[in-house]
Design a protein around this ligand. Sequence first.
Ligand code: IMP
Length: 430
Amino acid sequence: MANRVVVGAQWGDEGKAKVVDFLTEEADYVIRFQGGANAGHTVEVGDDKYVFHLIPSGLMHPGKVCVIGNGVVLDPAQLLLELGEVNGRGIATEGRLFLAENAQVVFPWHKLMDLLKEKAAGKDAIGTTGRGIGPCYNDKVSRNGIRVLDLLDEKGLREKVSKQTLAANELATRMYAGLHEGKALEADAIFEEYRGFGQRLRPMVADTVVLLNEALRAKQRLLFEGAQGTILDVDHGTYPFVTSSNTVSAAACTGSGVGPTAIQQVIGVVKAYTTRVGNGPFPTEISGEMGERLRKIGGEYGATTGRSRRCGWFDAVVVRRAALVNGLTHLAITKLDVLDTWDSIDICTAYRCEGKSISHFPNSPSVLEKCEPVFETLPGWKQDTSGVTRWEELPRNAQHYLARLSDLVGVPMGLLSLGPKRHQTIELGL
Ligand code: IMP
């Protein structure tokens, strides 16, 4: 198998975890490289369902090694919670899960600032997950961050926690006066809690750059698991309604310490339609009863926050942008079965903006605001596809629909998913 990166090619929640779980069979290492506990990755194994926020989705395969890379912002309490759950269900993680010593750590002040900033923004709020992701990346870039290795240095940790707590309390009372109803953060309590986290995580902490590069030298196969989606990327998404990390394939390198020459395949996961959670533009959004129907059939409720996801038709303009910025080699199309009952299905092929046709996703929010989707309508197939195991068994109209998506995006299909279970997957030539 090639070394692969799996990324979301829309606004997140495309079904990456299921694709990663499926592809783990052909990998030795599975690596998370960006984002944090804002992600909600659902994996179904037999009758069991797991929702991971930090643990790579490959963990359910015995013997595979999982790595949380340096590009991830790590919430230690969340990681320990997830570990407790998987260990409690009899899955061993010892010697199989490694944590980059240079990954940034999420602290209580990050979550507090996330909430206060959102409150202060009012109607302009981004609709973040409230997991402290933006403020943690903010501290990283402004060089005030605290990393995993700092959790293991008690003296240094105490000093850093005192300094950051003081700064956060000042901000909360001065800049966000009137919005902050809770108590001030207590440095001693935070220090004790995080020192404890450090002790519990110590056996997993490693120089994962060396680990992964040695794995490459030993011809081990790496599978990189992206979080969120391309149009939530801080550079390439609908800025400012984005997350705070680069979600595109290039981040697999910066977020793990592996060079780009190690990667051969980039798989863009897309739903057969589109969803978005949080605020921001969404040209193909369907309102009213039809949108509600898609939400219900697709089970479109956030795995992290439980929020209802906004639903819309497949947007080829969005996915074409994802093909460019990720260098997609294949598409993995998920949730086709959700469209089984529709009489006809729309695909957005381009946008119309002030009388002109646009085929590239615009960077400017004010241009995007004026864009109307240009739809092409295809007939539905009105047949249950959830049990289909081969391309040839798919209804003719479903085949046409999929071929049209791939054609409009200019990327071949590599995988098709027709339900949440591993066996509801068709490999189409990866
Ligand atoms: P943040 O990542 O919590 O800062 O949220 C920024 C934006 O990204 C919000 O619109 C979130 O709803 C969205 N977002 C963050 N993580 C995910 C995800 O895993 N799936 C879908 N949307 C996400």
